[in-house]
Design a protein around this ligand. Structure first.
Ligand SMILES: O=P(O)(O)O[C@@H]1[C@@H](OP(=O)(O)O)[C@H](OP(=O)(O)O)[C@H](O)[C@H](OP(=O)(O)O)[C@H]1OP(=O)(O)O
Ligand SMILES: Nc1ncnc2c1ncn2[C@@H]1O[C@H](COP(=O)(O)OP(=O)(O)OP(=O)(O)O)[C@@H](O)[C@H]1O
Length: 369
C-alpha cells in the first residue's frame, strides 16, 4: 500500500491534463524503487476512466500493438488506509513545483483509491528527453470534402493546429517521422527552438536532468549540439516513430470527415469493453492496411480504430540518452464522447487555415506517400 511510504519519499516529476507523476526517492523498496507514481487529477474536464481500467488498457490492448520492449511496465496500486490524508499531504508538498496554468485548473484527486506505478524513465539517467510528436501523416484524399482536400493533403494537422493556436513553429512532425536523417535533425532543431521560445509552455519537448525537468533558462547546462546529435543517432535506429505513424495512419483510414459521415447515418454506441477491444485488435491485426469499407455497418470498427489512432496521435516518447532507449508513454484511452469535439476542432482548424493565402501555406511532406 502506498500509505506505507511517506509523501516526502515521492518527488514531483511532471504532469499532463489528466495525471500527475512522482518519482520514488525513499529508502530501497522492492515495489517502489525505480518507479514513478501516476495519480489521477480532478478537474471539471476530467473524463478519463479510473486508473484500474487504464492499466488494463495499457497492459492488454496497447501491448498487442506496440512491442512491450518500448512500453513502461505499469501496475495498479491501492493507495490504502488514510488515503485522503496521504494524498492531501503529497498535494501540498508538490504545489510549489506545479506550473501555474495547471494549478489553476486541477489538483490531485484525493478521493481516488487507485493509482498506477510505472517504470521510472527519467530518474535513472543523467539526461532524458521527452517528445510529444503528434500527428505523423497526411490523410488520404478519399473521404475528404472538395473544400478541405487541397488543404489537408498539403499541410499536416499539427502545422495547421499551431496556426489556429497562434503558436507558429518551425517543427513539423512529418520531418520527425520521415526516417530521413536531415529531416529528423531539422525537426529536432525546431523542437529545441520551440522549447527555448515558449519557455516550456509548449509541450512537445521536455528535458530532464537526473530526473528533474529543467526549464529552457537552464538550457546552458546541456549542450544543444551533443544532445541533438545523440537524439538523432537513437531515433534513426529505433522503430518506435515508424510504428507510431503507421498505427496512426492505418487506424485513421477515413479522416474525421469520413467518420462523421458514417456516424450521421448510424448509432456509434458506447465506450468499448475490454473484450470488444480485443476483438477489434484481432480484426485490425489480420489486415491493418485493408480496413472494412466505409459503410454504416462497419461504423463500430472505424470508431474504435479512430479512438486508438487518437491515442497514438497524443502520446509521447521518452528517450534515454545514455541507455539509448525510446519508450512510449501516455497511451491513454480516449472516450467515445470526444468524437464530436474532434469533428468541431477539425472544422475550426480548417476554417482558420483556409484563410491563409495559398502561397503562404506550409507544405508538409509525408515520406510514406
Ligand atoms: O486535440 P489536440 O491535438 O490539441 O490534443 C490534446 C492535447 O493538446 P496538444 O497536444 O497540446 O495540442 C492535450 O495536451 P495538453 O493538455 O495541452 O498538454 C491533451 O493531451 C488532450 O488529451 P487529454 O484531454 O489529456 O486526453 C489532447 O486532446 P485529444 O485530441 O487527444 O482529445
Ligand atoms: N513512466 C514515466 N517515467 C517518468 N516520467 C513519466 C512517466 N510517465 C509519465 N511521466 C511524466 O509525467 C508527465 C505526465 O504523464 P502523462 O503524459 O501520462 O499524463 P497525462 O495527464 O495523461 O498527459 P496528457 O494530458 O498529455 O494526455 C509526462 O509528460 C512525463 O513528463
Amino acid at each position: 500500500m502506498l500509505t506505507d511510504t511517506l509523501p516526502t519519499n515521492w518527488s514531483y516529476v511532471s504532469e499532463g491534463g489528466e495525471s500527475i507523476v512522482f518519482s520514488y526517492k525513499g529508502p530501497d523498496n522492492p515495489l517502489y524503487t525505480g518507479t514513478v507514481l501516476r495519480l489521477r487529477k480532478c478537474s471539471l474536464t476530467n473524463r478519463n476512466p479510473p486508473n484500474a481500467e487504464a492499466v488494463v488498457f495499457h497492459e492488454e490492448i496497447m501491448a498487442r500493438l506496440i512491442d512491450p520492449t518500448f512500453l513502461p511496465k505499469i501496475q495498479h496500486v491501492h493507495v490504502g488506509q488514510g488515503a485522503e490524508l496521504w494524498l492531501n499531504a503529497l498535494a501540498a508538498l508538490c504545489e510549489p513545483q506545479r506550473p501555474l496554468e495547471r494549478k489553476r485548473t486541477d489538483r490531485i484527486d484525493s478521493r481516488c483509491q487507485n493509482a498506477a506505478l510505472a517504470t521510472d524513465l527519467v530518474g535513472c539517467e543523467a539526461l532524458t528527453i521527452e517528445i510529444k510528436p503528434k500527428w505523423g501523416f497526411l490523410p488520404s484524399p478519399t473521404h475528404l470534402s472538395e473544400a478541405t482536400q487541397p488543404i489537408k493533403t498539403r499541410t499536416c494537422r499539427f502545422c495547421m493546429h499551431s496556426h489556429l493556436k497562434a503558436q507558429p513553429s518551425s517543427f513539423c512532425p512529418l520531418d520527425l517521422y520521415s526516417g530521413e536523417e536531415c529531416r529528423i535533425k531539422k525537426a529536432l532543431e525546431g523542437l529545441w527552438e520551440v522549447w527555448l521560445d515558449s519557455d516550456g509552455a509548449i509541450n512537445n519537448f521536455r528535458v530532464f536532468v537526473h530526473g528533474k525537468r529543467i526549464s529552457s533558462e537552464e538550457s546552458s547546462s546541456i549542450s544543444k549540439e551533443a544532445t541533438i546529435s545523440a537524439l538523432l543517432g537513437i531515433l534513426t535506429t529505433s522503430p518506435v516513430l515508424r510504428t507510431l505513424s503507421r498505427l496512426q495512419r492505418t487506424l485513421d483510414a477515413l479522416d474525421i470527415e469520413g467518420l462523421a459521415t458514417l456516424w450521421n447515418a448510424a448509432d456509434v454506441g458506447g465506450n468499448p469493453t475490454v473484450s470488444e477491444w480485443h476483438e477489434f485488435i484481432t480484426s485490425y491485426l489480420s489486415s491493418p492496411n485493408a480496413p472494412p469499407p466505409a459503410t454504416p455497418e462497419h461504423l463500430r470498427y472505424h470508431v474504435l480504430a479512430y479512438l486508438l489512432s487518437a491515442t497514438f496521435k497524443d502520446c509521447s516518447i521518452i528517450v534515454g540518452i545514455a541507455s539509448r532507449t525510446v519508450t512510449v508513454i501516455d497511451l491513454a484511452l480516449k472516450s467515445i464522447d470526444r468524437l464530436s469535439k474532434w469533428e468541431q476542432l477539425d472544422r475550426e482548424i480548417l476554417s482558420a487555415y483556409a484563410a491563409v493565402p495559398v502561397q503562404d501555406r506550409k507544405i508538409c511532406v509525408d515520406a510514406a506517400i
